[in-house]
Write a protein that binds this ligand. Structure first.
Ligand SMILES: Cc1cc2nc3c(=O)[nH]c(=O)nc-3n(C[C@H](O)[C@H](O)[C@H](O)COP(=O)(O)OP(=O)(O)OC[C@H]3O[C@@H](n4cnc5c(N)ncnc54)[C@H](O)[C@@H]3O)c2cc1C
Length: 479
């Protein structure tokens, strides 16, 4: 139990954690072990009323505000230095309505909570591919995952959200209520308020699906990527796939001799009958000479947590990312050249395949802006906290060099994959001119003083970040 902190928030029933409390260090830690920020107060909210009380208190005291969902954002925006963290991490309940096929999910839930609750009914919605990632940040940025080609992004499945605004008001945002806010929440990140609950549409999935990775030696990368490009180009929307370039993870299901061997993996999840999936992706395991073949019928809920241990809390992480309009031979060559140059066996790059329902949704329906993307790539440098500083510096240089080589082929970027040194222009790049401008107008309406700026910040009413007009009263953390 935390010791009694001296600060009290009127009407607050959750737990307040301050620097003198025993729980302080554990409570301020986030997924990326490189993030070391010291808030003045962490308000662990028990429900919507607490969130509203905490927002009002922070405004009255002019405290800096950060909002914590699952704490997974690589840039650590869930925590601020000084000020107050509005921490939703105990608000993790999920209520499933199997008749309406929806789930009401509290703002601090993790994807593992959602999958656990919804799969009990044989239902699912598009979520992240690691079960310890937060629903909050992932959804508000767009939400990509195995099911997106069949069922759309997480934001495409969002039916309504309960939001505490910068004024401490509680609003419901949906197609019928505050539709401008609802549009902005679906891709615009945590800029518009604290979402205390999300209601998602659910779909029948599994519970058994054909899923898992097949790995080949790194030397086969060019051939595998060319084969993969053809395979996914004509694949049905049920096929979700991700390419992983790095080393074979040291998972218990993998032969120890192969752990950390440089390799390309193609992981798939077929969101339809297993036998159909076998017809579509069976060709993968017959291509070339796989080192490891873990493709097979598996419980969807297990697949969703299958790689959790390869990206644990507390390691040091640094990301670079870009969207790719296509997978040309030139891009394949760049990827094959750079992917295996990381010194850390924990670093890797991953490419998600888009299209399907993501591309079929009208461009202006949501604030998410990557609907024309065919693939994206995230370059994930990872090393251990106890490793020498030079190791981290080398991994960061690898990620930057890899991105630089790809940049001429870049076609935007997914806002949730931006790191802390991705500046305002990259936030702008994530949205493009028109969407950024509309987001800025909606920001000016719901958060004119930029209270919620510890995020990938949209400046209130600012048509373009470079114009310098109508800046919020507080600076963005990612400038
Ligand atoms: C291991 C790992 C796997 C990932 N896999 C995927 C993936 O498969 N698909 C994908 O799309 N992304 C993925 N991501 C990226 C992920 O979407 C972002 O890191 C996202 O920010 C995580 O959300 P969070 O709630 O855990 O983060 P937090 O760090 O808690 O929050 C990040 C920001 O989101 C905002 N926020 C969070 N919750 C709320 C809320 N309830 N209300 C208002 N604002 C809120 C705040 O501004 C906060 O600063 C992954 C990240 C990691 C580390």
């Amino acid at each position: 139990m935390a010791t009694q902190t001296a600060i009290q928030i009127p009407g607050f029933r959750g737990e307040l954690v301050s620097p003198d409390d025993r729980e302080y260090d554990g409570t301020r830690a986030v997924w990326n072990g490189m993030v070391d920020r010291r808030p003045r107060l962490i308000a662990r909210c028990a429900g919507t009323a607490d969130v509203a009380a905490a927002v009002r208190f922070a405004r009255e005291r002019e405290l800096e505000v950060a909002v914590r969902g699952g704490g997974h954002n690589v840039s650590g925006t869930a925590i601020c230095d000084g000020g107050m963290v509005i921490d939703l991490s105990v608000m993790r309940a999920v209520w499933v309505d199997p008749v309406e096929c929806t789930a009401l999910v509290q703002g601090g839930a993790l994807w593992g909570d959602v999958d656990h609750a919804t799969q009990a009914y044989g239902l699912a919605t598009t979520g992240g591919i690691v079960s310890h990632t937060g629903v909050g940040g992932l959804t508000l940025g767009g939400g990509i995952g195995w099911l997106m080609r069949k069922h759309g992004l997480a934001v495409d499945n969002l039916v309504e959200a309960e939001v505490v605004t910068a004024e401490g008001m509680i609003l419901r945002a949906s197609a019928d209520e505050h539709p401008d806010l609802f549009w902005a929440l679906r891709g615009g990140g945590g800029n518009f308020g604290v979402v205390t609950s999300f209601r998602f549409a659910l779909h029948p999935v599994g519970p058994t699906v054909l899923a898992g990775p097949v790995f080949w030696a790194a030397e086969d990368t060019t051939e595998v990527l060319r084969f993969y490009r053809e395979l996914v180009a004509g694949a049905p929307d049920e096929l979700g796939s991700i390419v992983r370039l790095g080393t074979i993870p040291s998972l218990p299901v993998v032969d120890k001799d192969l752990h950390f061997r440089p390799a390309i993996g193609v992981a798939t999840c077929y969101a339809g009958p297993v036998e159909d999936g076998e017809r579509v992706v069976g060709a993968l395991r017959r291509f070339g000479t796989p080192l490891v073949d873990l493709l097979g019928p598996t419980r969807y809920v297990d697949h969703q947590s299958g790689i959790d241990d390869t990206v644990p809390h507390g390691w040091h992480y640094y990301w670079k990312a870009t969207d790719l309009a296509g997978l040309s031979d030139e891009i394949i060559d760049i990827v094959a050249e750079h992917a295996y140059q990381a010194a850390s066996t924990r670093s890797y790059a991953a490419m998600f395949h888009f299209g399907g329902a993501v591309a079929q949704t009208p461009r202006k329906a949501t604030a998410y802006s990557g609907r024309d993307v065919e693939h994206n790539i995230i370059i994930d440098a990872a090393w251990l906290p106890e490793q020498d500083e030079t190791v981290g510096a080398a991994e960061i240089a690898w990620a930057r060099g890899f991105l630089e080589a790809l940049q001429p082929h870049g076609a935007g970027v997914y806002v949730n994959f931006l790191d802390s040194d991705d500046d305002t222009s990259r936030v702008h790049e994530a949205y493009g001119d028109d969407t950024y401008r509309r987001l800025a107008e909606i920001k000016a309406k719901y958060d004119p003083e930029n209270v919620f700026h510890n995020n990938k910040n949209i400046r209130p009413g600012t048509p373009k970040p470079s114009s310098g007009r109508h800046l919020g009263s507080r600076a963005a953390v990612n400038d």
